[in-house]
Design a protein around this ligand. Structure first.
Ligand SMILES: Nc1ncnc2c1ncn2[C@@H]1O[C@H](COP(=O)(O)OP(=O)(O)OP(=O)(O)O)[C@@H](O)[C@H]1O
Length: 334
């Protein structure tokens, strides 16, 4: 079925252009609902009561540290592992949804080496009654020119693109992508991002797991952050950044930047991060003055980088990975 036709036929789809997308989505029936999902592997609690609702047409980014439970959640939502709790995908239990309505790119996927990219996509297309054209899928994932190359002779990034293609052959309404761009070069990542944007524009609901915060910030309408099996934050990237990321900051890089000397020069609190010194809450208009003060104090600096807060800051704060920053405090808070 054509995605655009499907979207237009959707009785919940808001056509009033004056309605904002977020408001429009809140009117749309959820594509996926999970309530109190729990999963244990022996003594390991992989999911500890996860609840979420994803409206149709949303790109939902799922992030969290290694072992947080992302893949277990995707497996639970797709019915590929048993779990406790309630899950509804397109109104039905995961194991009862028609297979051609859902697509899944698993994190680990190892197709046969001696199949060409085309044969691989053809194989998956053969599993469905009404698949997309194989050439169209190859084109979408940027493999048209390498369609006849054996899987084992494709580069790592091309292999991953071929795997993405297998999840698209049935033109799914709900698409799970578990780390789709791992190993793909920057140009390939961007073309896959455009593909996800096109799918979402056509009404596909996408659940995207990724360790790449720039990818999630760019693609996701909302982000869920998993930590130790719990969803600790859910919201749009903008809201999460505003709520959790803190202020803009200036990073001072160099082989031996003296944090205490910077703190003394600025009469401010500074932090040490990965060998650099970070001054928080520096507005763009103040950058020139701060740089001049640090240079006037004779601090040995190689470069200054000013950044607005982003999703990575949210991630580092909420996962606790930022807690081992050392704080050099001289002269009180800024
Ligand atoms: N088949 C399994 N048997 C036993 N324990 C498992 C199994 N699968 C996952 N786990 C455990 O469950 C927890 C969650 O794992 P999961 O793979 O869901 O995390 P993740 O967030 O996807 O991690 P990553 O970012 O590394 O892919 C981890 O502690 C992991 O060791």
């Amino acid at each position: 079925m054509d995605r655009f036709a499907r979207t237009k036929q959707n009785p919940y789809f808001a056509t009033d252009a004056s309605v904002g997308m977020a408001e429009a989505r809140s009117e749309i029936a959820p594509a996926l609902v999970a309530q109190n999902v729990r999963k244990r592997y022996g003594d390991t609690v992989a999911l500890d009561g996860v609840s979420l609702s994803i409206p149709e047409g949303e790109v939902f980014g799922l992030v969290g540290p290694n072992g947080a439970g992302k893949t277990t959640l995707v497996r639970s939502l797709t019915g590929t592992t048993r779990c406790d709790g309630e899950i509804r995908v397109l109104g039905a239990a995961p194991s009862k949804v028609e297979a051609d309505r859902v697509g899944l790119l698993p994190q680990s996927f190892h197709p046969a080496d001696r199949l060409s990219a085309r044969e691989l996509i053809e194989y998956y297309a053969g599993l469905y009654d009404d698949p997309r054209s194989v050439d169209g899928v190859l084109d979408d994932v940027g493999l048209a020119a390498d369609a006849d190359t054996w899987y084992e002779n494709l580069s790592g990034g091309q292999q991953r693109r071929a795997c993405v293609g297998t999840a698209l052959v049935n033109d799914p309404e709900v698409l799970f992508l578990d780390e789709p761009t791992t190993g793909i070069d920057p140009a390939g990542r961007r073309s896959l991002w455009s593909l996800v944007e096109d799918l979402a524009a056509g009404g596909t609901t996408v659940i995207l797991t990724s360790h790449s915060m720039d990818e999630v910030e760019r693609l996701a309408d909302r982000v869920g952050l998993l930590r130790d099996g719990e969803l600790v934050a859910v919201g749009s990237p903008e809201t999460l950044i505003e709520t959790h990321a803190g202020d803009s900051h200036l990073r001072i890089e160099g082989r031996a930047v003296d944090a205490e000397a910077v703190a003394a020069a600025l009469d401010a609190t500074v932090e040490e991060r990965d060998g650099d010194v970070v001054v928080r809450n520096v507005a763009l208009a103040d950058v020139g003055r701060v740089v001049a003060e640090v240079e006037a104090a004779g601090v040995d600096v190689e470069s200054f980088t000013w950044s607005e807060p982003n999703l990575e800051d949210v991630y580092l704060r909420l996962t606790g990975d930022a807690l081992d920053e050392t704080v050099a405090e001289l002269g009180g808070e800024r």
